[in-house]
Design a protein around this ligand. Structure first.
Ligand code: SF4
Length: 62
């Protein structure tokens, strides 16, 4: 699975970093970024949960 955070859509609520800090981190602008482009299988469910929890749909997976 690949993951990206749409910086235009992220509002910096921190939900994704709370759910999966192995993949998401807040940058200096207070927005979430993905630390990896390709998600390890062990983190895949958390990334899906984070994407479902994102209030703005900023987390894009494929
Ligand atoms: S859950 Fe969505 S809006 Fe909130 S910090 Fe993460 S990407 Fe940004």
């Amino acid at each position: 699975m690949k993951v990206k955070v749409n910086q235009e859509a992220c509002i910096g609520c921190g939900a994704c970093t709370a759910i999966c800090d192995a993949v998401f981190e807040m940058n200096d602008e207070g927005l979430s970024t993905a630390k990896v482009e390709t998600v390890e299988e062990a983190n895949a469910q958390e990334v899906r949960d984070a994407a479902d929890s994102c209030p703005t749909g900023a987390i894009v997976t494929e």
